[in-house]
Design a protein around this ligand. Structure first.
Ligand SMILES: Cc1ncc(COP(=O)(O)O)c(C=O)c1O
Length: 390
């Protein structure tokens, strides 16, 4: 069944007051997610945090089941995290990279991930090989394959970058990683919630994501998937009595599921509400969501290309809900401010945070509009009218 847009917009009251084209920044939570968050916070205040968590044990457990349904894996392969950065870092720092080894990544890799590579390269004498994009803006698979060798300890890819609407061929990268027995870490922060993700088809060993973006969950929440077979190779760099079992005075062992990457303390309300957000997406149907987001984004690009002063920066056909552009004669910040004054949320992607990708594409600071399924064609029209003004 297609998405009932009127009903979905009723679940998103702010839609009637503004145009939210900043879903890749932080989307708007639907009422059932928001109410679930507040409900648990109220329960904590009413009866005590530990007591509330015990009473809501089934809802807490639902987080794992909801993400297993969303990603098509087993609940024991899911961990909760405070953010995508924490989830990704927990996985990355658990890999036993050896001095002299190489990390293969793409030119669209997320800034914080690349900084972690730089830090680890300095500490462990690693090399980082950045595989360039092809003419369609996607990681060049031939160059990636040619770069693979016995000394590669990790392939890391950002599925959908924050600074461009491209969707990288994550499953094809997964095939190469599997064929060569190399660990594969996929950053799905911008794809989770807008693209139907099947971890088996993607072939990744680890996949990280956040709650607040396309999943429409609360801020300060995230998740990590770790393939069961990869777990024995991954030793978390943090430990507590939740992630490990203390067996004797001098003996411990990590949990044998993905929760070895969690900390005991977390926002229980956030975890429950993020599970609700994953269920909300699954109920709408990830296929429906993907289709609707892709159609809206291509309408937006089409409309933008008709405006004489606007340059759209995406190339190729494999594109997501993220649309990047610039306006001749108006800098990115001024344009964003002007849009905001007209009741439109958008964002600016900065050169300073994208030193791999934007210079290679000859770009500086650029504007970004990111649409979700609750946006409408009418909003796109109003957005273009404001853009046209000076
Ligand atoms: C591709 C990508 N990865 C990771 C992150 C980091 O997510 P978080 O802020 O939840 O740590 C972002 C945030 O914008 C992102 O766009």
């Amino acid at each position: 069944m297609p998405i009932n847009i009127a009903k979905i917009r009723q679940h998103t009251p702010a839609c009637s007051e503004m145009i939210h084209f900043n879903n890749a920044g932080a989307s708007l939570s639907p009422l059932p997610v928001h109410q679930r968050l507040l409900q648990h916070l109220a329960l904590e205040q009413h009866m005590g945090g530990y007591e509330a968590a015990a009473q809501e044990a089934a809802a807490v457990e639902n987080f794992y089941n909801a993400f297993a349904r969303l990603l098509h894996c087993h609940p024991s392969e899911i961990a909760y995290a405070e953010s995508a950065t924490h989830a990704w870092g927990a996985a990355f720092h658990a890999i036993a990279l050896q001095p002299g080894q190489r990390i293969l990544t793409g030119q669209s890799e997320y800034s914080s991930n690349y900084l972690a590579f730089l830090q680890m390269a300095r500490l462990k004498d690693l090399r980082i090989d950045v595989i360039p994009n092809d003419a369609n803006g996607r990681i060049c698979l031939d160059r990636l394959e040619a770069a693979i060798g016995d000394d590669v300890g990790l392939i890391a890819l950002t599925h959908v970058p924050s600074q461009s609407g491209v969707i990288h061929p994550a499953a094809e990268v997964g095939k190469l990683a599997r064929a060569h027995g190399i660990l594969y870490l996929l950053d799905a922060c911008q794809s989770a919630g807008q693209i139907d993700l099947d971890v088996a088809a993607l072939g990744c060993d680890m996949l990280s994501g956040t709650g607040r973006k396309y999943l429409r969950g609360p801020r300060g929440t995230g998740f990590l998937y770790v393939r069961r077979e990869a777990l024995p190779q991954l030793q978390p760099d943090r430990i507590d009595f939740h992630s490990a079992r203390w067996m004797a005075e001098n003996q411990f062992e990590f949990r044998d599921d993905a929760r070895r990457f969690e900390s005991w303390e977390c926002s229980v309300a956030g975890k429950i509400a993020l599970g609700t957000a994953a269920d909300y997406a699954t109920e709408l149907g990830m296929h429906n969501i993907e289709h609707r987001v892709s159609e809206l984004a291509s309408t937006l690009r089409e409309q933008l290309r008709k405006l004489p002063d606007i340059r759209v920066h995406e190339v190729g056909q494999s594109l997501s809900g993220i649309v990047t552009f610039s306006k001749n004669g108006e800098d990115a910040d001024s344009l964003q401010r002007r849009l905001h004054k007209s009741g439109i949320n958008s964002s600016v992607t900065r050169l300073s945070g994208n030193l791999l990708d934007l210079p290679r594409r000859g770009l500086g600071d650029i504007n970004r509009a990111s649409v979700h399924y609750f946006n409408t064609e009418d909003e796109i029209e109003r957005f273009c009218q404001v853009l046209e003004r000076t």
